[in-house]
Design a protein around this ligand. Structure first.
Ligand code: DGL
Length: 279
């Protein structure tokens, strides 16, 4: 595997495409293999043990593609599994929480930061832990917003029902005086304008997908892993794999990516079980 090897990116399903999209925009010369675990989503309601097991299988699959680095493009999988996966994987593995937390802790003026995400992400306390590692004095207010993933996947991005749901969730943060809000779920950057409307102009919105693509660029520089030349047109540069419902994945992807995907391959991810680590 050399510098021209692809970057492995994975998520529980389509949400991680918001991260893939940022990588395509920010480091367009790199190749990418994306895996969406569409057979087993959502991860946001699963136990830590299950998310770790799923993530290990996916990493085994991505390694068969000879990836040079892996991005866990899922807030829940980052919260539940990043530490374990980093310690047992010989290539660099990054998640979506660290870069977002670092930016949030540096842009906040009053030290009061809100985080929205899945139940798994919020209950893990991982955003709080990482934010406090950057600034122990910040106050972190987490709010799980479990209905939003379905609304985004339904395509209700600019819809009065979605606005109502977001504003009800945001009511819980109303009196916390936050000046920064982390959109800590892959789907939420697609609801940026809805969150903006609910929290007002004074609150800085932090998008982990954007910050993670920036972080990936820095990682490639640091490790000397930048590819030597642009790998060519999107179709030959990017590969997409899912564990189920390839067509549905394809139409969602084509609604948010800068080009139309022609091929999505379905694989049996359970076949990548590591025997010594099986629970
Ligand atoms: N990708 C997940 C996340 O960012 C949201 C979808 C799910 O629950 O699997 O937390």
């Amino acid at each position: 595997m050399g510098n021209d090897a692809p970057i492995g990116v994975f998520d529980s399903g389509v949400g991680g495409l918001t991260v893939a999209r940022e990588i395509m925009r920010q480091i367009p010369e790199e190749r990418m293999v994306y895996f969406g675990d569409t057979a087993r989503l959502p991860y946001g309601t699963k136990s830590k043990q299950t998310v770790i097991r799923y993530s290990r299988q996916i990493i085994r699959f991505l390694k068969t593609k000879h990836v040079k680095a892996i991005v866990i493009a899922c807030n829940t999988a980052t919260a539940q599994a990043l530490e374990e996966l980093q310690s047992e994987t010989e290539i660099p593995v990054i998640g979506v929480i660290d870069a977002a937390a670092r930016v949030a802790s540096s842009v906040t003026k009053n030290g009061r930061i809100g985080v929205v995400g899945t139940t798994g992400t919020i209950e893990s306390g991982m955003y709080t832990k990482v934010l406090k590692s950057y600034n122990p004095r910040v106050q972190v207010y987490g709010k799980a917003c479990p209905l939003l993933v379905s609304l985004v996947e339904e395509g209700w991005l600019h819809d009065s029902v979605t606005e109502e749901v977001v504003s009800r969730y945001m009511k819980d943060l109303e009196y916390k005086s936050i000046d920064t809000l982390i959109l800590g779920c892959t789907h939420y950057p697609l609801l940026r304008s809805v969150f903006r409307k609910a929290v007002g102009e004074a609150v800085t919105l932090v998008n982990p997908a954007y910050e993670t693509a920036m972080e990936l660029g820095r990682l490639l520089d640091r490790e000397g892993l930048r590819c030597s030349a642009d790998a060519g047109p999107a179709d030959s540069k990017y590969e997409f794999y899912v564990s189920d419902a390839a067509e549905k994945f394809c139409s969602f992807a084509n609604s948010i990516l800068p080009y139309d995907i022609e091929q999505v391959r379905q694989i049996n991810i359970e076949g990548y079980e590591s025997e010594e680590r099986a629970y």
